[in-house]
Design a protein around this ligand. Sequence first.
Ligand code: SAH
Ligand code: AVI
Length: 327
Amino acid sequence: MKHPTGSIRISEQADGDGLLDFEDAVVDGLSKVRKSLPCRFFYDERGSQLFEAITLLPEYYPTRTEIEILREHADEIVASIPGNAVLLEFGSGSSTKTEILLEHCPPTVTYVPIDVSPSALAEARQRLARRFPALTVTPVIGSFTDPIDLPPTLRSRPRMGFFPGSTIGNWTPEEALTLLRSLRDMLKVNGRMIVGVDLKKDAQTLVRAYNDSAGVTAAFNLNILARINRELGSAIDVASFRHEAIYDPRQGRIEMHLVSIREQTIGICGRRFHFLAGERVHTENSYKYTVPEFQELSRRAGWLTGSVWTDAGSQFSIHELISPAHA
Ligand code: SAH
Ligand code: AVI
């Protein structure tokens, strides 16, 4: 993970390690019997733009619903945040939801957005600087699954975590358990975390949210192939794949796949990958929980569960998790 220095490090994709990470992950994922690609690689500049377009789709209810809950309960959510707190956000993207919290936070808090997308961080920082000129923003380019080393001036300050968007749902429950444990460690003994979690609901609503009529989610999914072409110099015929989103009610998850329309062999970084007609590349899981299921998972990860806020239609939930020593 790149360490925050007070200014955005926008060099990760170009300076080698980000690129190697991508190449290794692509080669590794496409070498498996069941081919897969990690969903964190959706978010290059184009992918982050497409994600923002998804958040505005009529079918994609999670963003507008979470915003509605945040607007209604922002006062309570940030009520106990101390003036010298560090607000760490995991997978901050455009930081749009954060603005709602920042409006209710003491102006002296420091905001640390953490994201793998340099372009999303750069755009968010510029917008936040205009809207909150006095706010200190210390972005971190990298994965929140890696340890983060805050600058010395921030290390001893109280920490609050913000993990919106149901990004936690992109990990399997077992992986989410490990992630929630490591975030608890990252937030230290006095930590508190606010997590947005999409709720289980009828399959039709879920499938529509991931298979919108305008084809934006399809473009988002297919962009990972275009990214392989752009960054790894391959020549995949993106049009020879189609987007697929299915709901598996047994596992409580949406699965996104890229399906090869025809039999083909693709060359990437000197290797050849064979695809049968109809063969799939699994690109994303998006797990849905009930409120008790997510609370149980959080407790297994060592958190105490606090308030839960939901919308009137019980589509989405926001959970307050408290570190035992903080309570
Ligand atoms: N929090 C925003 C964005 C959600 S989209 C919202 O609620 O709307 C998921 C975001 O997480 C993207 O910006 C993506 O770049 C980022 N992301 C995905 N995996 C990540 C990881 N392992 N570490 C850091 N950021 C990650
Ligand atoms: C970021 N993440 C929680 C989104 C989701 O709903 O799983 C990503 C996404 N994939 C397709 N549409 C949106």
